[in-house]
Design a binder for this molecule. Structure first.
Ligand SMILES: Nc1nc2c(c(=O)[nH]1)N[C@H]1C(S)=C(S)[C@@H](COP(=O)(O)OP(=O)(O)OC[C@H]3O[C@@H](n4cnc5c(=O)[nH]c(N)nc54)[C@H](O)[C@@H]3O)O[C@H]1N2
Ligand SMILES: Nc1nc2c(c(=O)[nH]1)N[C@H]1C(S)=C(S)[C@@H](COP(=O)(O)OP(=O)(O)OC[C@H]3O[C@@H](n4cnc5c(=O)[nH]c(N)nc54)[C@H](O)[C@@H]3O)O[C@H]1N2
Ligand code: SF4
Ligand SMILES: [Mo]
Length: 684
């Protein structure tokens, strides 16, 4: 028997530490959270309690396979690793000879947040000169917009939320997506009298548990934030000293916010002017006050304007001065400073690619006749784009192309793997070595393998080492073993790494970065070009965008091919799944395994829809048939269908992203999937 430390690999801010007990036969027989971990305290979420079931599942992909039927049919035959790699490399070399390396492309995203597995292919594809996937479908718009105000930095540590007296959970479903922030710092604050406000178009579990739910219209948060600033300055609740010393552009901001009296914002956001007034005054005067936000309001054509406006608020009231005040979001830049990510990055000579395409536009990239050369060879790993990427039908159309050779490296036959020519078996976190940063805490963790790989599964890193060898790429960095990579990443000598060694991580499992009394903005040490909180952003001005916080309506789309699509579709996350993972692992008893669309009684009555009816949601992108739940979860004009569900779980084999547009935000960084509008009718 042995006990092995490890950490959750998922794209979740909490990064729980865990303990695995392995018996003498090498089987994991006990799995629990690490009670010593100060942030997650031994509690794994309900999804992760199923992780051993994931590892030992009868549906795991255990050996390489080759397609034998039509694309999408899921007919495969077992082959050896040598056969699989020979075929992949043979097809890759043919492609490169015929069309050049730009005809090859990776598609990889957030299947694991471990540094080794997440970035495993970056050096290989750069060395090859393949088409690069840029952009992001999670976080980049929000991060970039916040950085335009406060700089690209971690503004505060999440533990400090415990000192807050007024907590605004602004477009984040903390109870479902960030469980330990809720059960830890937020509950501590609440017990000490803090008020919890949720700003969300959906009455999420978090909104239901809050003291005050403000049901904003989707995509209008910038107007709400501007009106709050209007009230704060009008009522003389702003912090003149902080503004004078630490901010840039207040005069111009003052002019701008005059344009947003609460009555105007009420018409845009759907929130009463009196409620906006009350919120603004409570936020400015109940101290310390904090805004917690992650990615919820970014996935719009105007997502950057919302995040920029919201990020200006703490600067205006001097919220940053107090411990527990300010804005809490990602905590990743401290890991970028502490660790040498360069170990996983392409060297300078390969860093710039001749062609990059946008991750949010996969379907277009695969089908656009103007792509020259077209993508002929694609490798998908760490991602399930048929479910998670916008415009599902276009993604599928692209993946069905007979002249596209697709490799999918996966743990399960996902909807994406169904379209693969070659399927490769991937290890799980129980089976491979990994270094875990965290985007929601300051704890670093080491995850050594606890059990042998199941079947013939291999980690991403090993697959790329083998591919490099077969391609004749001999550079040392492509062949480093995993432990060596981690040792090099740790060896930066940065002050955050004081006392943190491979051996210590191996012994304890995790270590807090040495960030000390981290509260950089209390003294106004903003990481912007001016060193100040930039209400006015020269970077935005240079990019031809409004340099001041502003509200811009969403892009006009033609969703209906002529028919009206009056309902705004929200397609965010749900507590039982982690993005598209766990949908295939049924949780008997606790979960009714069927997607439901929430529709407001007003919209339902107009369409003669009752709870339990099968309904069709449709627009020009696609159509989803599911059961309706008539409820006040959304307000009139908004419907809610979680995006995590696999297509096979709906009556017509399409899921939420079949209805979302595959465009990008106006800052050209992230997806605009939440712009989506639909109509609903009773099915049949
Ligand atoms: N409509 C809508 N769309 C969304 C969102 C939304 O809220 N609404 N959310 C967006 C967000 S925030 C995100 S992060 C993305 C997530 O999009 P994806 O990155 O596609 O996320 P997952 O569904 O988790 O798929 C990851 C896959 O990687 C596999 N995997 C896990 N570990 C490994 C490994 O070590 N190696 C390999 N080879 N494979 C592995 C898993 O089995 C899983 O099938 O979706 C985005 N899409
Ligand atoms: N259980 C569970 N946990 C997860 C995940 C999961 O799939 N399941 N995914 C993980 C990942 S990849 C991420 S990125 C994080 C994301 O964590 P969150 O940001 O908390 O999650 P989201 O579901 O993307 O969005 C949160 C909320 O934003 C709201 N929202 C949408 N549009 C607007 C708007 O215009 N204004 C406002 N104010 N609110 C809006 C949605 O209704 C939703 O309730 O969660 C992580 N944790
Ligand atoms: S998904 Fe998040 S909450 Fe659940 S175990 Fe992993 S890190 Fe913890
Ligand atoms: Mo995400």
């Amino acid at each position: 028997m042995k006990t092995v430390h490890g950490a959750c690999p998922h794209d979740c801010p909490d990064t729980c530490a865990w303990l695995i007990t392995v018996d003498d036969d090498g089987r994991a027989i006990k799995f629990e959270g690490d009670p010593e971990h100060p942030f997650t305290k031994g509690a794994l979420c309900s999804k992760l309690k199923r992780y051993p079931d994931r590892v030992y599942n009868k549906d795991r992909i255990l050996h390489p396979m080759r397609r034998t039927g039509p694309k999408g049919a899921g007919q495969f035959e077992r082959i050896s690793w040598d056969e699989a790699l020979d075929e992949m490399v043979g097809r890759l070399q043919e492609t490169v000879a015929r069309s050049g390396p730009l005809a090859a492309m990776p598609y990889s995203f957030a299947g694991t947040c471990g540094i080794l597995q997440r970035y495993a292919g970056d050096q290989f594809f750069a060395r090859l000169g393949a088409t690069e996937m840029l952009g992001d479908i999670c976080g980049a718009t929000a991060y970039d917009a916040a950085a335009s105000v406060i700089g690209p930095m971690d503004a505060m540590q999440v533990e400090d939320l415990q000192y807050s007296k007024f907590i605004i959970l602004w477009s984040t479903n903390t109870v479902a997506t960030n469980v330990h922030l809720w059960s830890g710092p937020i509950m501590t604050a609440r017990k000490a009298g803090a008020q919890i406000v949720v700003i969300d178009p959906v009455k999420t579990p978090t909104a239901a548990h809050a003291d005050w739910h403000i049901q904003v219209r989707p995509g209008t948060d910038a107007a709400l934030a501007l009106a709050m600033m209007h009230v704060i300055v009008r009522d003389d609740l702003h912090d003149k000293e902080f503004i004078e010393q630490h901010t840039l552009g207040f005069d111009k901001l003052q002019e701008r916010i005059k344009e947003y009296p609460p009555e105007r914002a009420a018409a845009i956001t759907g929130i009463d002017a009196a409620e906006i007034e009350k919120l603004a005054r409570a936020y400015a005067t109940t101290r310390p006050s904090v805004i917690r936000t992650v990615v919820g309001m970014e996935r719009y054509s105007n997502g950057h304007t919302a995040m920029r406006a919201v990020t200006c608020l703490p600067g205006l009231i001097g919220g940053w001065r107090e411990r527990g005040g300010g804005l809490s979001s990602f905590m990743l830049s401290m890991f970028f400073e502490a660790l040498d990510y360069g170990v996983m990055s392409p060297p300078e000579e390969y860093a710039t690619r001749q062609r990059s395409v946008h991750l949010a536009e996969l379907g277009r990239v695969l089908t656009d006749p103007a792509m020259d050369p077209p993508i002929e060879w694609m490798m998908v790993y760490n991602s399930n784009p048929v479910v998670t990427a916008a415009n599902q039908n276009l993604t599928i159309k692209g993946m069905q192309r007979e002249d596209l050779f697709t490799v999918v490296h996966e743990q399960f036959i996902t909807d994406t793997a169904l379209y693969a020519d070659i399927v490769l078996p991937a290890t799980t976190q129980f089976e491979h070595l990994e270094l875990m940063p965290s985007w929601g805490t300051s704890y670093l963790a080491l995850n050594p393998p606890a059990i042998e790989p199941q079947g013939e599964a291999l980690p991403n890193t090993e697959v790329f080492r083998r591919l490099s060898k077969r391609m004749g790429f001999t550079e040392e960095y492509l062949h480093l073993d995993d432990e060596e990579r981690i040792r090099r990443m740790l060896a930066t000598g940065h002050k955050y790494m004081d006392g943190i060694t491979y051996e210590r991580l191996e012994k304890d499992g995790w270590a807090p970065l040495n960030i000390g009394d981290y509260n950089p903005l209390a003294e106004g040490k903003f990481a912007t070009p001016s060193g100040k909180c930039e209400f006015y952003s020269q970077d935005y001005a240079d990019a031809g965008q409004d340099p001041l916080p502003t509200y811009e309506p969403l892009d006009e789309h033609e969703y209906g091919d002529g028919h009206p699509t009056p309902l705004h579709l929200m397609s965010a996350k749900t507590s039982h799944f982690l993005n598209s993972e766990y949908v295939n692992l049924r949780h008997p008893g606790t979960l009714k395994h069927e997607p439901l669309v929430d529709i407001n009684p007003v919209d339902a009555a107009e369409r003669d829809i009752a709870s339990g009816d099968m309904v069709r949601l449709f627009n020009r992108y696609g159509e989803v048939e599911v059961r309706a739940n008539v409820s006040d979860v959304t307000s009139a004009g908004v419907v809610y269908l979680p995006f995590n569900w696999w297509p096979e779980t709906t009556a017509n084999g399409q899921s939420a992203n079949a209805l979302t547009p595959d465009g990008v935000s106006r800052r050209d960084i992230g997806s605009n999937a939440f712009d989506a509008h639909v109509e609903i009718k009773k099915a049949g």
